[in-house]
Design a protein around this ligand. Structure first.
Ligand code: PLP
Length: 386
């Protein structure tokens, strides 16, 4: 019996053992509320602050600029809605390939009077920087630009340093959804002129339900959630102490190992690309697949026409291989991918996102390829092999 294979690491990742070990005492032993002043509370508070230090160290910013949240979704909502509500932002510029938590927040704000403009994206899913400059120069309205670092469906990377420079030139605020890149790429906030970025622990082998937002030097000081004074009045609600501890440890492990992880995982992606190209005629790839221009963990494959292509994800699942069609955050929904639509990908062909991690192996890629070759075999051959 073959063991199952998990190729959906852009949707979520397995918790690393280092993070689990660090988290465990915070469930039954150090369970104090960080807002309490007794020793239990102080222990919990110290753990939260230690994690904050790790995040700030990893991103080259101050601990006072890091706020823990419940998810990447919450972080992105906090920034977009906070910018309009508290910072006088009258216009949001984003792109059609953003994650729904950005796009739907922007659309909600549009419904309440904020201007929304979409910067063009090219066939790989990269924002058109010249178009962004035209949009920025065309209006004096206070503007927030929100463009993601790496696309979750395609893996395509945006040069957020260049976007930051441009926003700076026109006095616009810049938010980048870095949920898919924190822990995978070195992000230096001394060099990248972003006012806000967001992260989510479960994308880098930390626990689910814990995220953070970076807010540059007091740019935004009012919360989305009102209540207690947690997170220096920026995010009410008792902290998920174990989650935050796990986020800190997972990020530490991830950042310390970026070069090795990158080499190992990119090697798997390259191998998968090479094998698919060789053994499945007509296969193509969506998004940027280059070493420099893409997230090394994501590979979006456009399959050739075949009667079995329609049920490909289902068939792979039956074979014990988990992957995702479009964005896994909306997997299960029958709606097509807004990202693939935005880049003009062939809507009649099946696209599947495979996303790899350090826990995957070359042997697993071999099994994937062999299943795909079986599935895509001409009808006559497949009848004898099924
Ligand atoms: N932003 C991007 C690019 C994502 O890929 C995701 C999750 O898939 C999110 C935001 C949302 O993160 P969370 O699952 O922590 O809400």
């Amino acid at each position: 019996m073959n063991t199952k294979i998990y190729f959906d690491n852009a949707a979520t990742t397995a918790l690393c053992s280092e993070a689990l070990e660090e988290m465990l005492p915070y469930f039954q032993q150090h369970y104090g509320n960080p807002s309490s002043i007794h020793s239990f509370g102080r222990t919990a508070k110290a753990a939260v602050e230690k994690a904050r230090k790790i995040v700030a160290g990893a991103l080259h910013c101050s601990t006072s600029e890091i706020f823990f949240t419940g998810s990447g979704t919450e972080s992105n909502n906090t920034i977009l809605k906070g910018a309009v509500q508290y910072l006088g932002v009258q216009r949001i510029i984003t792109s059609a390939v953003e994650h729904h938590c950005v796009l739907h927040s922007a659309e909600f704000l549009q419904s309440t009077g904020t201007e929304l403009q979409l910067v063009k994206v090219d066939a790989l899913g990269r924002p058109d920087i010249q178009h962004l400059e035209i949009l920025l120069s065309n209006s004096s309205k206070k503007t927030l630009v929100s463009l993601m670092h790496a696309n979750n469906e395609l893996g395509t990377i945006t040069d957020i340093k260049a976007v930051g420079e441009l926003c700076d030139k026109y006095g616009a605020l810049f938010h980048s959804d870095t949920v898919q890149t924190v822990g995978y790429f070195h992000i230096n906030l001394q060099e990248t002129k972003a006012h806000f970025i967001s992260g989510s622990a479960h994308k880098f082998h930390g626990p689910k339900g814990t995220g953070f937002v970076f807010i540059r030097g007091g740019t935004l000081t009012q919360p989305l959630l009102h209540g207690g004074a947690q997170e220096r009045n920026m995010r009410a609600g008792t902290e998920n102490v174990a989650g935050i501890v796990g986020l800190g440890k997972a990020l530490q492990v991830a950042v310390d190992n970026i070069p090795d992880n990158r080499e190992q995982v990119y090697h798997l992606k390259q191998y998968a690309m090479q094998q698919l190209t060789e053994l499945l005629p007509g296969v193509a790839f969506n998004g940027d697949t280059s070493a420099e221009g893409s997230n090394y963990k994501v590979l979006n494959v456009l399959f050739p026409f075949h009667p079995k292509a329609e049920l490909l994800l289902f068939n792979l699942d039956m074979a014990g291989i988990a992957a995702s069609g479009g964005s896994a955050c909306s997997s299960g929904s029958e709606k097509g991918s807004h990202v693939l639509m935005a880049i003009g990908a062939d809507p009649t062909r099946k696209a599947i996102r495979f996303s790899f991690s350090k826990y995957n192996t070359k042997a697993e890629i071999d099994r994937l390829i062999s299943e795909l070759v079986k599935l895509f075999a001409p009808a006559k051959t497949s009848a004898t092999t099924v």
